[in-house]
Design a protein around this ligand. Structure first.
Ligand SMILES: N[C@@H](CCC(=O)N[C@@H](CS)C(=O)NCC(=O)O)C(=O)O
Length: 211
């Protein structure tokens, strides 16, 4: 069954190539929520953004009088505002675990992605690539046990991980086709085939896998 579009009067300031903005676009698409997505070039940000967000960064979501920033805060707000389908588990223990995984992803993987993309030191980039690749391969076996990240259901953690996995070719990281990589490859294929994921992609992101 296709996703039913829910109308909203929200505006998302989004960077069409960035993994943090991509997370939020996935949540919107998974929930079938339509928002005005304003594609912002981070080098030429509109004045309005600084007025809405003291950090003047992306993504930033505006819902009537509310302006939100920090992708995890935006994702959780959207999950509460549009409860179906839920992207956090129901029970407190499982919810806390999901949040811990998001926190770990933020501490361990997101900075590596940012380093690979923005560091000017070749050596630092090479090290970050190696660290990200090894750490992704190290968690690969868990996807042989469960279809999503530590969960039977698609959650907010998958919304954070999918944009990173989608960018691996652009980050010049090859997982290889060995036994160790296989569960992770099956998992990412499952993510990339989701209707919400496909809908979330910008034109620039679509090209990221074409190279
Ligand atoms: N922790 C933030 C990170 C956001 C972030 O790094 N955004 C970048 C995307 S390009 C940005 O806006 N950079 C431009 C700037 O900070 O001036 C989140 O999760 O939302």
């Amino acid at each position: 069954m296709g996703v039913v579009t829910k109308r909203s009067s929200m505006t998302l300031f989004s960077d069409g190539r960035d993994h943090y903005s991509h997370r939020v676009r996935i949540v919107l698409a998974e929930k079938g929520v339509s928002a005005d997505v304003i594609d912002v070039d981070p080098k030429h940000k509109p004045q309005e953004l600084a007025e809405l967000n003291p950090y003047n960064n992306l993504p930033t979501l505006v819902d009537r009088d509310l302006a939100l920033y920090e992708s995890k805060v935006i994702m959780e707000y959207l999950d509460e505002r549009f409860p179906h389908p839920p992207l956090l588990p129901v029970y407190p223990v499982a919810r806390a675990q999901s949040r811990l995984w998001m926190y770990r992803l933020e501490r361990d993987w997101a900075p590596l992605v940012d380093t690979i993309l923005y560091s000017k030191s070749k050596e630092t980039v090479t090290k970050a690539r190696k660290a990200l690749r090894e750490s992704l391969l190290a968690i690969s076996p868990i996807f042989a046990e469960m279809p999503f990240f530590m969960s039977e259901e698609f959650t907010i953690v998958d919304c954070c991980l999918a944009p990173i996995l989608w960018r691996l070719p652009m980050l010049e990281i090859e997982l290889g086709k060995g036994r160790q990589a296989e569960p992770l490859l099956v998992y990412q294929k499952r993510l990339f085939a989701r209707e919400g994921f496909i809908k979330s992609l910008t034109e620039i992101e679509r090209d990221m896998q074409a190279r």
